[in-house]
Design a protein around this ligand. Structure first.
Ligand code: HSE
Length: 409
């Protein structure tokens, strides 16, 4: 039996405890004797919880117990999660995290500390909730040159967009529902402004490039400007609107083999029939394109107590099977700055006042690939061909003020 501890008994931490308890037989098939939660670290008391007797408030109680071999860090935020994870790793205790903010900011450093102390730092649950994604990328797809990853990586915003699309729902009301269901971050801006997706695509991009792609270097746009009218136009023309994190290998203009990568978080129109089109509600979907395997799609619940808790437990099992050694994760601290967003190539959906139609037609000329049939006389709505973003925004500046601009996948 492996003795373990949970750092942070919130939504995900309590999910980890529930998965280990309810699925103890399944866990014991993988780890002889199973994984037992000996301590739960939290500043709060939980007198009504069946785990009340395991709550401790002092991390030293856990770190000074030589029986503890694995902990899960489900605290969220950078501090004290970083200090606690570092201290555990320095004691040779493996740490399994669901905390994407911490992983994005300190992943390489915590991996190095783990390796120096013959234990593991694992973070499957930090991306895609319950979907096994990072481990398959690192193991089953290790032989591939990954050319692109395109994903719906945030359950909260996908839930909100789905309700807006289906029921024309009110944004604030649906956000509240997502919070009540335990999907949303403590600060909902992290979800709706795209930061959560940005951190997740930063982690994915770092793992597929082997270098560090910083969240701060990624163009990030959220869903706050999407309106029901955008959905009406999209739907009428066979599209949905999804918040995507996208990472793709870029052309190498210098030809010197210097790696180039385009990384972006933004809402996109997604055409019916595309594998991500039907990914709705809290579900996440991640489409990976490898040079040999072609397309591989990952799908599942991207948020929530039990799905995310399940992914943390998967890492705890992996760590428990590798006591005394490090589960290898290649992530070099060397920073790779993505191609500036202005140089990325995309197509755009644009809504203008119909009073600007003539000027817009003249300015965009052959860059307009389709004018969508007018649903009312008030708007001129069109889709551009694929073009450099700088060029698009230059032309738009000359055409007038857009009512809405959304990229098209
Ligand atoms: N707030 C996040 C989401 C939680 O909605 O996807 C899971 O990372």
């Amino acid at each position: 039996m492996i003795q373990a501890a949970i750092f942070g008994f919130g939504n995900i931490g309590s999910g980890v405890a529930a998965v280990l308890e309810e699925n103890c037989k399944q866990v014991a098939k993988a780890v002889p004797g199973g994984i037992h939660v000996k301590y739960i670290l939290d500043i709060r008391d939980f007198p009504d919880s069946p785990f009340a007797d395991r709550i401790v408030h002092d991390i030293d109680v856990i770190l000074s117990d030589p029986e503890i071999k694995v902990v899960c860090e489900t605290m969220g935020g950078k501090e004290p999660a970083f200090t606690f994870s570092k201290r555990a790793l320095e004691k040779g205790i493996s740490v399994c995290s669901s905390n994407k903010e911490l992983v994005e900011a300190f992943g390489p450093e915590l991996l190095r500390i783990a390796s120096e102390n013959h234990c593991s730092y694992l973070f499957e649950a930090s991306v895609g909730g319950g979907i096994p994604l990072l481990t398959p990328l690192l193991q089953n797809l290790a032989q591939e040159e990954i050319q692109s990853v395109t994903g719906i990586l945030n359950g909260t915003t996908n839930y909100i967009l789905t309700k807006m699309e289906r029921y024309g729902a009110d944004y604030a009301q649906v956000l509240k529902e997502a919070q009540d269901l335990g999907y949303a971050e403590r600060n909902p801006a992290a979800d709706v402004e795209g930061h959560d997706t940005g951190r997740k695509i930063s982690i994915i991009s770092s793992l597929i490039s082997g270098k560090t792609i910083r969240f701060d270097d990624i163009y990030t746009e959220g869903i706050t400007k999407i309106t029901p009218v955008d959905f009406t136009w999209a739907k009428a023309n066979g599209y949905s609107i999804k918040l995507l994190g996208r990472s793709k290998k870029a052309a190498d203009p210098s030809g010197d083999g210097t790696a180039q990568i385009e990384v972006m978080t933004a809402p996109f129109l997604v055409k019916e029939g595309h594998p991500l089109y039907g990914v709705c509600d809290v579900f996440n979907g991640v489409l990976v394109h490898g040079n040999m395997v072609d397309d591989v799609m990952f799908y599942g619940r991207g948020a929530g107590k039990l799905p995310t808790g399940s992914a943390v437990v998967a890492d705890m099992i992996l760590a428990a099977k590798n006591i005394g050694q490090t589960v290898p994760v290649e992530w070099n601290p060397e920073v790779l700055v993505p191609v500036p967003s202005g140089e990325c190539i995309n197509a755009f959906f644009v809504r203008m006042n119909s009073t600007d139609a003539e000027k817009t037609r003249t300015v965009f000329a052959d860059k307009i690939s389709a004018v969508w049939s007018a649903q009312d006389d008030a708007e001129f709505v069109f889709v551009t061909c694929q073009m450099q973003e700088n060029c698009f925004f230059d032309l738009l500046g000359k055409a007038g003020e857009a009512l809405s601009v959304i990229r098209v996948l």
